[in-house]
Design a protein around this ligand. Structure first.
Ligand SMILES: [Zn+2]
Length: 71
């Protein structure tokens, strides 16, 4: 887990005994992993993977659709 200087825009919004948590926020979260932040990085990668796959399938199905319309 990375630490960031106090006041850094990516500083975790969690607070502990010693004040604001000095760790870097997880991707897409206001909190670090230690404060319950969950990174959305993997979800974004999965989403773009699924989108790419749908796009690929659409390209494959395109000519098939044209054929079925002719029948
Ligand atoms: Zn934290």
């Amino acid at each position: 887990m990375d630490r960031v200087p106090p006041g850094h825009p990516e500083q975790c919004q969690g607070t502990g005994k010693h004040g604001q948590c000095p760790n870097r926020q997880e991707h897409g979260s206001d909190y670090c992993r230690g404060c319950g932040g969950v990174s959305t990085k993997n979800q974004e990668e999965v989403r773009s993977f699924l989108l790419a796959r749908v796009d690929h399938r659409r390209k494959l199905e395109g000519p098939m659709d044209a054929l079925s319309r002719l029948q």
